[in-house]
Structure formats: structure tokens, C-alpha cells
Design a protein around this ligand. Structure first.
Ligand code: G3H
Ligand code: 13P
Ligand code: ZN
Length: 309
């Protein structure tokens, strides 16, 4: 099976009241852990690659490993560019065979965001590729860009119809209170479900995307801190909020930080317990297994996308 776009996945997810997991991948062990979980749980999958991932692992390596995962698993997998910030980056990924790209021009004015997004959509659709854009601005750290709480802004429901109709974009990432990274809330976690509901009414049958959706499980924070780490105060989106979003218009939920934490918690514990070991397979194997288990939990208990193929 070749790489697929997210079009059919989103249609089914919208109708079925669940969401597709979009997991950030940076190396072979993460790809294998995510794909093994999805294969066992019969879940369609989006694997996404950030600018940081491309810098670290090289686009071609990541693309070929994802192709290997498809060949081995037989799963429908969409390869997605996460947070492309220019037309050129999106074009490069489209030309390299990605089936979905995100153009994130959310830091610009509405007019400029529409202009840049439309350029990408025109090129992508000519090549059979789907496009996600962002309206509103999440707080948190993406690559080298840190968006402070003051510079973040909720998506304005009054802008979404104009944005979608003028750009012809295929899905829309919105800001309702999530943020990137492992430190999302200082006080009580809260999301603006009223904004999501209003956007759902303005854009019927249209797939919405939720970024910054790691739930930062307490057991991983504790494990990292127990073995020499320092993540006091790390706090994510409660799982019941993600379940609620998935039952509404949200069809794609982005998860990166939880995977990173699962790898780090495992490796820290491994070295504390096996200080003499030096073979990377000895600690990367358990790390891959930890990725698999956390992804399985998300697919089955949070996203509801298991047994959908
Ligand atoms: O949304 C951002 C993702 O978590 C990617 O992070 O650029 O450090 O790979 P990264
Ligand atoms: P987290 O940092 O919450 O995992 O969000 C990842 C993300 O939105 C990738 O685009
Ligand atoms: Zn994101």
C-alpha cells in the first residue's frame, strides 16, 4: 500500500466521533513503537515530521523509514509535515512524496495567512496532497520559536468561514487553550470548548486539528524525576478533555511531548539500574516498547481510533 492522504481518515473520524493520532517521529525506534501499536490496534495513522526532526534525521531517511513501516505493517499511513512555516518548505516535502503538509502562517496577519496558505493549497492540490493550516496562535515551544502566553491567541470563530473558503484548505488547526511542550498549565487545566463548538457550527463536516495535545502523564514525570531528571510542574491536557474534543469536530490530535517523555523516562531508569551497559540496543529497545505502550493507550483510551480498519 502506498502512503495515503488524511482525507478518508478524517471523513470517517468525523462521522464516527473519534480522532486520528498524529504522532511526531524523529528516529527509527519511535516510528517502530508507534507503528507496532497502530498495527496491533488496527488504527489508521498520521506520522508527522517537524523542521527539528528533518534537521535531526534528514527528510529522506524519515520518508524511507515510514515507507518501510507501511510495507511491514500494511497500515494506511499518512506522512505529514508538521508546522511548515514557508511555501518553500511545504513544496520541498510535497516534491519528496509527503501526502499532507501543514502551512503554519499563524504568526502573520489574517490576510497574509490566507495568501500564504492559498499558495500552498494550490500547489499541494495540483500534486494530490492535502493541507492543514492554523488560525489563532498556541503558546509554547516549537523548534526554536517560543510563543509566550501573552503572544498566544484563541481562534476567532468569526474568521474561520472566510479563511477556509478563501484558502480551500483541507483541515484547520485551532487554538483553544492547549500549548506545545510539557508545561501547559500552571493552574487548573481548561480548554475553550465553547470556541470549538462554535467553530464546529460555522464549519459543518470540516476536520479540526488540535495541537499541543500531550497529556503529560504523572507517572512519566515521576519516573523522570526519580532518576535524576527535573520536570517539576509539568502538566498536560487531561485525557477526558481530549476525549471530548475527539467526539466533537476534532479529527486529528497531535502528540509529541508524551512520546519524548516515555523515551527519556525509560532510558533514565535503564541506566540507573544498569550503569555498566553501553550497547544502544539494550536501552533503545525498552524505549521503543515504552513508545508502543503509550501510543496504544492513546489509540484505545483517548482517541478511540482502534479497530477502524
Ligand atoms: O509542534 C511542535 C512539535 O512538538 C515538534 O517539536 O520541532 O522540537 O521536533 P520539534
Ligand atoms: P505536544 O507538545 O503537546 O506533544 O504537541 C505536539 C504538537 O502539537 C506537534 O505539532
Ligand atoms: Zn503543533
Amino acid at each position: 500500500m502506498p502512503l495515503v492522504t488524511s482525507k478518508e481518515m478524517f471523513e470517517k473520524a468525523y462521522a464516527g466521533g473519534y480522532a486520528i493520532g498524529a504522532f511526531n517521529v524523529n528516529n527509527m525506534e519511535i516510528i517502530q513503537g508507534v507503528v507496532e501499536a497502530a498495527k496491533e490496534e488496527k488504527a489508521p495513522l498520521i506520522l508527522q515530521v517537524s523542521a527539528g526532526a528533518r534537521k535531526y534525521a534528514n527528510t529522506i531517511y524519515l520518508k524511507k523509514m515510514v515507507e518501510a513501516a507501511i510495507e511491514e505493517s500494511g497500515l494506511p499511513i499518512c506522512l505529514h509535515l508538521d508546522h511548515g512555516d514557508t511555501f518553500e518548505i511545504c513544496k520541498e516535502c510535497i516534491d519528496n512524496g509527503f501526502t499532507s503538509v501543514m502551512i503554519d502562517a499563524s504568526q502573520h496577519s489574517l490576510e497574509e495567512n490566507i495568501r500564504i496558505t492559498k499558495n500552498v493549497v494550490d500547489y499541494a492540490h495540483d500534486h494530490g496532497v492535502v493541507v492543514e493550516a492554523e488560525l489563532g496562535r498556541l503558546a509554547g515551544v516549537e523548534d526554536d520559536v517560543k510563543v509566550s502566553q501573552e503572544d498566544s491567541s484563541y481562534t476567532d470563530p468569526d474568521q474561520v468561514e472566510e479563511f477556509v473558503s478563501r484558502t480551500n484548505v483541507d483541515s484547520l488547526a485551532i487554538a483553544i487553550g492547549t500549548s506545545h511542550g510539557a508545561f501547559k498549565f500552571t493552574g487548573e487545566a481548561s480548554l475553550r470548548f465553547d470556541i470549538l463548538e462554535e467553530i464546529g457550527k460555522r464549519l459543518p463536516n470540516f476536520p479540526i486539528v488540535l495541537h499541543g495535545a500531550s497529556s503529560v502523564p504523572q507517572y512519566l514525570v515521576e519516573q523522570i524525576n526519580a532518576y535524576g531528571g527535573n520536570m517539576p510542574g509539568a502538566k498536560g491536557v487531561p485525557e477526558e478533555m481530549l476525549r471530548k474534543a475527539a467526539s466533537m469536530a476534532v479529527c486529528k490530535i497531535n502528540i509529541d511531548s508524551d512520546i519524548r517523555m516515555a523515551v527519556t523516562a525509560t532510558v533514565r531508569k535503564y541506566f540507573a539500574e544498569n550503569p555498566g551497559h553501553f550497547d544502544p540496543r539494550q536501552y533503545l529497545g525498552p524505549a521503543r516498547q515504552a513508545v508502543k505502550e503509550i501510543v496504544r493507550h492513546k489509540l484505545v483510551n483517548v482517541l478511540g481510533c482502534n479497530n477502524r480498519i
